[in-house]
Design a protein around this ligand. Structure first.
Ligand SMILES: Nc1ccn([C@@H]2O[C@H](COP(=O)(O)O)[C@@H](O)[C@H]2O)c(=O)n1
Length: 296
């Protein structure tokens, strides 16, 4: 197997149980593309965490960086990030402790955004040149999924409207891609007036998945899951009759501090890896020879 997927030997890769990873991948390969679906987080998972030493924006930050937002609002949004992001990634706090803070962060940020009277028609232009970058290797990732008709469910606590613009800008909003996220609602003049539906934040994806099982594809029982937070681990909870689940986690920030928690939770951990090399290699392996029996 390792010969077939040499990317698993990259220095950025950590695995708790290499044998188990190999077994899961082999099972998935045996059943092929027709049994597979991919469920992925978006910000800092499909998008880059950093580029040339600079942090890349999340979907919330993209809006922040545009001229659709006043300077006063930008300052307030920055203060929110400075206060709440350290809580989000604090390995000394439990998820239960973090949740009230996350709800507060998202609600305060969404209130600020709605006060800005953002027009839907301005979003595409605003996203262009915002610095949002999908990870290196994204073209191959989206192409292989599209060519093999493998559904990709993007499950994001970001801003869905912005997320869509980012993947449209990159030319990969393909018919097999479905998005489940926080979307804005617009009034009759096309001005954002509220956020629709239940709020999704980084640590309620399990509840979101269980309450929205219709968002998932049910006849594909093998799932490749990609995330960057411990809150992403349960994104496949909405899939019925799940058979094989391989969870790949990007560990982007505070690596030393969070390594243990990530390695004990994700099957494969990618440390400070700005590429999709490993997911791509696994996808290529699974989809290459449906029904064939690959060598070791
Ligand atoms: N006001 C906010 C709120 C959240 N964030 C970040 O966005 C990420 C959520 O999106 P996923 O696609 O990863 O689910 C989250 O991890 C927060 O750090 C933000 O930048 N601004």
């Amino acid at each position: 197997m390792l010969k077939m997927i040499p990317e698993l030997n990259k220095a950025t890769v950590r695995m708790r149980d290499r044998g188990q990873v190999e077994t899961i991948i082999r099972n998935m390969q045996r059943e092929g593309a027709s049994a597979l679906q991919v469920i992925s987080d978006f910000d800092m998972t499909l998008t880059r965490f950093a580029h040339k030493g600079k942090r890349c924006p999340t979907t919330h930050n993209i809006l922040h960086n545009t001229n659709l937002i006043s300077e006063e609002c930008k300052a307030k949004m920055s203060n929110l990030v400075a206060h709440y992001y350290p809580i989000e990634i604090d390995s000394s706090k439990s998820v239960e402790e973090k949740i009230p803070h996350m709800v507060e962060w998202w609600m305060r940020a969404h209130d600020l955004l709605i006060q800005q009277k953002i027009k839907k028609v301005q979003l595409a232009q605003a996203v262009k040149g915002s610095g949002a970058k999908l990870r290196e290797g994204y073209k191959s990732f989206f192409k292989v999924l599209k060519q093999n008709s493998v559904p990709l469910l993007i499950f994001s606590a970001g801003v869905g409207d912005i997320l869509e613009e980012v993947i449209i800008e990159h030319g990969v909003f393909d018919p097999n891609v479905r998005i489940f996220s926080n979307y804005m609602d617009y009034d009759e003049n096309g001005v954002a007036c509220t956020f629709k539906g239940e709020l999704i934040h980084s640590f309620n994806k399990k509840e979101g998945a269980l309450q929205n099982t219709h968002q998932f594809v049910h006849d594909r029982t093998n799932v490749l899951l990609l995330g960057d937070s411990l809150g992403d681990l349960d994104m496949a909870e909405g899939v019925q009759d799940l058979k094989n689940l391989l969870r790949i986690g990007y560990l982007n920030d505070k690596v030393e501090e969070r390594r243990e928690a990530y390695v004990s939770s994700y099957d494969i951990v990618l440390e400070e890896d700005e590429t999709l090399d490993v997911p791509n290699a696994i996808l290529n392996y699974i989809t290459a020879g449906e029904g064939t029996s690959p060598g070791q």
